[in-house]
Design a protein around this ligand. Structure first.
Ligand code: ADP
Length: 492
């Protein structure tokens, strides 16, 4: 049997490929940037063909770097930026429009009208809050705006896919038109309970069922990547959306385990096992990666501005010259001296969902310095995460024992310690923080018997550092009360 698993990790800003050995160790990783285009205010697009070319190139270079032949790769796993929408011609393989990226707001007003009409029904069916973020309204937009598209779709000539589906279709030369439950649960067109496309939803969005890919499990062979691409035929055996792949890569396979990713924003997911969650706190219910017949669920909450607040300190205020410098500046003072920053630059996400809230810095006195403001910005990331975690615990009726973390800002030790303190829970940083690519590799490897089961894979996961809470409870609650007060002040 072959000795490696290849993971393709197609993110918003880069297409990466990584190669893993039998012990789950990453032996090579290569990446190519992906360009975004902003043709109108609030619009975000990418070239679907460019994504494919950059992803394939990253995969080829990864194999070259590791000096591993494609014939020695047991399977390919794919993880992707979720919700980003591609529509292409079944016969020619040509996209009929640029890919509409998840961040794109062009369908926001249509979604507002839809929410007013049918918001409760859609949330009940999909677990999602009606928003332009998800794929459904993006597909509709393409059908409405590309001349002739609606007729071609009705005739069965057009196909829809998120980036996973698009890459698999290209890799298999058009033989497989498939996605997995975790990606499908972000389209707003899948019935969360049944795991199938929902005809009533397809009708509401005006999308013919014939455009939609087959929904597979996250870990099964869905097709063969053609030999012309990487040098040998390789089974494609794992698919998951990026956040669900990261949950899997953090070895969160069971109810009660959770991870938080600290990047531009934060994405927290709590596994709820086979139980479909219903959120009373405006979090999203979604599908977790699924290995076998049994549906798996998660609750998801996101913070829009996390690491981006640090970028603002650097680029907007010029208070620091690099993101990493924030740590030394923050720890040059012993506390934030009552200064709070609420980085509600684009409103507040879960659990507030206040699109009109705007950011503030509060508690300023004559003694406040740049260090207090920098510290307050880092602390805001931890406070926002506590808000998500509390909402998740309330929704699931489960108490988190620890929070596993990944993402660029987890390099900041002050932030990690403060997070442990303000949550009163251990924060666990794993040895391999490329958890997204790793999760897709696990899913593929498990499907082809490269690894025997989740028990084997679980042993690969190692904590690099655990941040234990040290702050007395009275202080933790006092600080958090101050944060809640600052949030109240910035609400619209
Ligand atoms: P994304 O995948 O969203 O692009 P990354 O996981 O690459 O994000 O993380 C980058 C983000 O983390 C940036 O917003 C940056 O400001 C922040 N960041 C990176 N290093 C640090 C650090 N040492 N301290 C605080 N924030 C950091």
């Amino acid at each position: 049997m072959a000795d490696y698993i290849l993971s393709l990790d197609e993110g918003t800003t880069s297409a990466r490929a990584a190669l893993y050995d039998r012990e789950g160790r990453r032996v090579a990783m290569e990446s190519n940037p992906i360009e975004c285009h902003y043709p109108n205010a609030g619009w975000v697009e990418q070239g679907a063909l460019a994504i494919w070319e950059q992803q394939l190139d990253a995969a080829r270079r990864t194999l070259q770097k590791a000096q591993v032949a494609a014939s020695n790769v047991a399977a390919i796993g794919i993880t992707n930026q979720r919700e980003t929408t591609v529509v292409w011609d079944r016969a020619t393989g040509e996209p009929i429009a640029p890919a509409i990226v998840w961040q794109c707001r062009r369908t926001a007003s249509w979604c507002q009208e839809l929410a007013a009409r049918s918001g409760a029904l859609i949330t009940e069916k999909t677990g999602l809050v009606v928003d332009a973020y998800f794929s459904g309204s993006k597909i509709r937009w393409i059908l409405d705006h590309v001349p002739g598209a609606r007729e071609r779709a009705a005739a069965g000539d057009l196909l829809f896919g998120n980036i996973d589906t698009w890459l698999i279709w290209k890799l298999t030369g058009g033989a497989s038109h498939v996605t997995d439950v975790s990606n499908a649960s972000r389209t707003m067109l899948m019935n969360l309970a049944s795991g199938d496309w929902d005809d009533e939803l397809l009708g509401m969005f005006g999308i013919p069922r014939g455009m939609m890919p087959r929904i597979a499990r996250s870990s099964e062979v869905v097709g063969m990547a053609g030999a012309s691409h990487l040098g040998a035929e390789i089974p494609i055996a794992g698919i998951a959306g990026d956040q669900q792949a990261a949950l899997f890569g953090q070895a969160c396979f069971r109810a009660g385990l959770s991870k938080n990713t600290y990047g531009t924003g934060c994405f927290a997911l709590l596994h709820t096992g086979g139980r479909q969650p219903v959120s009373a706190h405006k979090l999203l219910a979604t599908r977790a990666a699924q290995l076998d017949g049994g549906a798996q669920f998660a609750i998801e909450g996101s913070v829009f501005v996390a690491g981006a607040a640090v970028q603002w300190l650097r680029d907007g205020l010029g208070l620091i010259s690099t993101a990493a410098e924030s740590e030394a500046v923050a720890t040059s003072v012993s506390d934030s001296a009552g200064v709070y920053m609420v980085p509600a630059f684009v409103g507040l996400g879960a659990p507030h969902w206040d699109g009109h809230a705007r950011g503030l810095i509060s508690g300023l006195t004559r003694g406040a310095t740049r260090a207090h403001i920098v510290r307050a910005a880092l602390e805001s990331i931890a406070y926002q995460t506590r808000g998500l975690v509390e909402a998740m615990e309330a929704d699931s009726g489960q108490e988190l024992v620890e929070l596993r973390v990944d993402g660029g800002a987890t390099a900041n030790r002050f932030l990690m310690q403060f997070q442990a303190d303000v949550l009163g829970k251990p924060i666990v940083r794993p040895a391999d923080i490329e958890t997204t690519a790793l999760g897709a590799a696990y899913l593929a490897g498990l499907a082809v018997g490269f690894w025997s089961g989740t028990e084997e894979v679980e042993k690969f996961w190692k904590a690099e550092r655990v941040f234990e809470p040290k702050m007395p409870e009275s202080e933790r609650e006092h600080l958090y009360d101050g944060w809640k007060d600052a949030v109240r002040r910035c609400r619209s």
